[in-house]
Design a protein around this ligand. Structure first.
Ligand code: NAD
Length: 358
C-alpha cells in the first residue's frame, strides 16, 4: 500500500494524493491553516457509508507535509476497516495536526480553532484522542463542538486506553487458545514493546491474568515503574525482538514488522496495540510462513474506538467493555478462517471488514 505514495519526479504531490486516494477508495480531505495559532490541520474522511466518520486527532511532528497527508489517508482508511469489523455505526476518518517547529504558545486557543474546523464539517467527522493529544484537549474541543468523544464527564474520565488494553488482552487470550491450546494466560510470557498509554494498560491486564512480562521502552522512569508494579523483566529497546516468549506485543509505533525483525522473532504469536505494525502488507504472509500467528492490528486494537463510539452515543461504558470482550470471538473467527482458507490473518480480516463496508 505504502509504495503507492512513493515520491517520483514525474508527478506533483497533488497527482500522488489523487492516485493514493483512488487506491484507498476515498473520500474527502479537508485542510485548514490558522496564522494566529500556527494550526496546520488535515482531516481525511475515508468513508461515511455506515455513519459519521470517527477517528482520533494526532498532533505529531512530520518531516514533510506529504508525509502528514499520507499518514492521514492511511490511518483514515484503517479506521473505516476498524469500525466496520466491530460493526460500529461509523465510517473512518483521521485528523492530523502538524506539530509546529516552535512551541504552541496557547494550546487552548489552538484546540479551539481545530474544534471550529471540526464543527464546520457539520458532523461528518467526529474527533477523539490519538498520539500527541489527550483528554484535556478533548475537554477544550467539547466546549466548541459536540462532534467529539473521549472527554471527561461526571462519571467517566474519557480515556480510551484501558479499553484498548483490555481488547488486546482478549485478543492474546484468543491467540493463546488457538495456537497453544491454553484456556488462560497463567504463566504465559509476553514481551511488550512500549509501555505508554496502551502498553501500560495491557501490562496491567496481563499481570492480573497471571502472565509473565518482559518490557522495553525508551522512557526509563516509566519502564522502571512498570517493572516494579508488575514484577516484570526489563530489556533494552532493540533486544525486544530477540526475547524467547509466547507472545510479542508491539505497543509503541508502526512499521516494526519487516523482513529483518520477523527473522529475529522467537515467539509463536504477535499480538499488540500498535497501528500499522506491518511495514508492508505482504509481511502478514511472511509471518505465516514463519509459523507466527499474527493478530491483525486494526482488529485487536479496536477497543479504544469501540469505547469512543459508545461514549459519543452516551451509552453505558460497561456495555462498551462487554463489546470489547467480544474481540476474542472476532479474532478466533479470523484465526480459524485463515487456517481453513490458507490465507494470512490480515487478508481474512480485511475481507470481513470490506464486506461490512459494502
Ligand atoms: P504512547 O505514546 O502513550 O506510548 C508509546 C510508548 O512507546 C511510549 O512509552 C514510548 O516511550 C515508547 N517507545 C518509543 N520508542 C520506543 C522504542 N524504540 N522501543 C520501545 N518503546 C518505545 O502511545 P499509545 O497511545 O500507548 O499508543 C501506542 C500504539 O498503540 C500506537 O501505535 C497507537 O496508534 C496504538 N493505539 C493506541 C490506542 C490507545 O488507546 N492508546 C488505541 C489504538 C491504537
Amino acid at each position: 500500500m505504502r509504495q503507492e505514495f512513493e515520491k517520483d519526479h514525474h508527478h506533483t504531490a497533488l497527482d500522488r494524493l489523487f492516485r493514493y486516494a483512488e487506491f484507498l477508495k476515498f473520500g474527502e480531505v479537508h485542510i485548514k491553516f490558522d496564522h494566529a495559532t500556527g494550526l496546520r490541520a488535515i482531516i481525511a474522511i475515508h468513508n461515511s457509508k455506515r455513519g459519521p466518520a470517527l477517528g482520533g486527532c494526532r498532533l505529531v511532528h512530520y518531516a514533510t507535509s506529504d508525509d502528514a497527508l499520507e499518514d492521514a489517508l492511511r490511518l483514515a482508511h484503517m479506521m473505516s476497516l476498524k469500525a466496520a469489523i466491530s460493526n460500529l455505526p461509523h465510517g473512518g476518518a483521521k485528523a492530523v495536526l502538524l506539530l509546529p517547529s516552535h512551541e504552541i504558545h496557547d494550546r487552548k486557543k489552538y484546540m479551539e480553532v481545530f474544534a471550529g474546523f471540526v464543527q464546520d464539517l457539520n458532523g461528518r467527522y467526529i474527533t477523539a484522542v490519538d498520539s500527541g493529544t489527550d483528554t484535556s484537549d478533548m475537554n477544550i474541543i467539547a466546549t466548541i463542538t459536540s462532534y467529539v468523544s473521549g472527554y471527561a464527564t461526571a462519571n467517566d474520565d474519557g480515556n480510551p486506553s484501558p479499553y484498548t488494553g483490555f481488547g488486546v488482552r482478549r485478543g492474546i487470550e484468543a491467540a493463546v487458545k488457538f495456537r497453544l491450546g491454553k484456556d488462560n494466560l497463567e504463566g504465559i510470557h509476553v514481551a511488550i514493546q512500549g509501555v505508554g498509554h496502551a502498553g501500560y494498560a495491557l501490562a496491567k491486564e496481563l499481570h492480573a491474568a497471571g502472565a509473565r512480562l518482559t518490557l522495553a521502552d525508551v522512557n526509563q522512569p516509566m519502564l522502571e515503574r512498570c517493572a516494579a508494579e508488575f514484577g516484570a523483566t526489563i530489556c533494552p529497546p532493540n533486544a525486544i525482538y530477540d526475547v524467547v516468549a509466547d507472545v510479542f506485543a508491539p505497543c509503541a509505533f508502526g512499521s516494526i514488522l519487516n523482513l529483518e525483525t520477523i527473522k529475529r522473532l522467537r515467539v509463536p504469536i504477535v499480538a499488540g496495540s500498535a497501528n500499522n505494525q506491518l511495514a508492508h502488507q505482504h509481511y502478514s504472509v511472511v509471518l505465516r510462513e514463519h509459523n507466527i500467528l499474527y493478530a491483525p492490528d486494526f482488529v485487536i486494537n479496536s477497543g479504544g474506538l469501540i469505547y469512543c463510539a459508545a461514549m459519543y452515543a452516551h451509552a453505558d461504558p460497561a456495555k462498551a467493555r462487554i463489546q470489547v470482550g467480544g474481540l476474542y470471538d472476532t479474532l478466533m473467527t479470523i484465526f480459524n478462517r485463515s487456517h481453513l482458507e490458507n490465507r494470512s490473518t490480515s487478508e481474512i480480516a480485511e475481507m470481513i471488514a470490506l464486506e461490512a463496508l459494502r
